[in-house]
Design a protein around this ligand. Sequence first.
Ligand code: C5P
Length: 403
Amino acid sequence: MIGQKTLGGRRVLLIIGGGIAAFKAPELIRLLRARGAGVTPVLTSAGSQFVTPLTLASLAGEAVHQDLFDLTSETEIGHIQLSRSADLVVVVAATADLMAKMAAGLANDLASTLLLATDKRVLIAPAMNVRMWDHPATQRNIRQLKQDGILFAGPTSGDMACGEFGEGRMIEPSEILAAIEGTLATGPLAGRHVLVTSGPTHEPIDPVRYIANRSSGAQGTAIAAALRDLGAEVSFITGPALIPPPEGVRVIKVETAREMAQAVEAALPADVAIFAAAVADWRVANATGQKIKKDATGALPHLEFTENPDILATVSQDRARRPKLVIGFAAETEKVIEHATAKRARKGCDWIVANDVSPETGIMGGAENAVIVISDAGAQSWPRMGKEAVAKRLADKIAVALA
Ligand code: C5P
């Protein structure tokens, strides 16, 4: 691959943080340029203790941005514009401090402001002492950043500049380059925003009890990952699922159907919406603010139900904001094609992915799925396969439909 312009025409906004590993930033710039990428360096004041602006500017062939309140650059190119001028934002020597700022949404210097203002994907290469990496605060920030859709390149384990050994060592520039190439690889869904709902919902009865269902979130999670792999920007709206959300997508966690409806509303517009969540059709209308006590007389509580908003139907029938392609799921236990076909018409979506969730199929909560895809072309039965394979095939079908 050496010498190949695999990143020709792509632009990277490269933020250099203040860790000893920042000395690897010039090498990364050289590698990126050799691949044809344009690099705009942004240097934090701590970063400038480790690497000089002149080195970075010489290798990048571009001015280095350092100061949020630099009036010249504010008139020439504002920080908002700067944050969006690249295809990817990369942070090398992503220090514990910079990651904490990102996780908290702080914007008190140019680098953190750009990271908060950007609408582009962000890939970070963490670099810190092993104890700082292992610290609960950093681990909490890592979880938050992953949930926010921040992509991680490393770290790895190894000898550290401070003489210790362990996790937190920044990966090598060639490996960061590979991660950048992987992230910028243009898939058929590059530039498309896809919304995926997933998992069950929990509908409270009282503060400690709720009504739920057996959805694990496996199929929705696999679909979100498959769409991400085709280059889509994914908003993943999930109820309390058993399996963790995929990395590299924007995760919005909700509990109830009403919260899910609000999160979907907030995530629109989208090019495609896939409603894989097992949303509770009803919620308890007389849910109490206090825990329901056992009645001394033996009288049983009476739950009253009311209907939840139908998110799929609402979005399908929203003239102004309907995504180009709306896909619903139908979990049926009998007459699968007949019921799913009727559901497609009733909801107004484009495709219904139907499956038989009778207990004997082991599909609900299991690793495999056997689906029938219903569209205006009729019903197409796919053989039983792993949920990841179903997701890949569905993502490919979506890419073809949008092409
Ligand atoms: O009506 P039913 O629940 O069988 O429809 C299933 C499909 O509708 C799924 O795609 C599910 O995600 C979606 N749905 C929804 N909001 C609801 C109920 C179902 O989006 N309240």
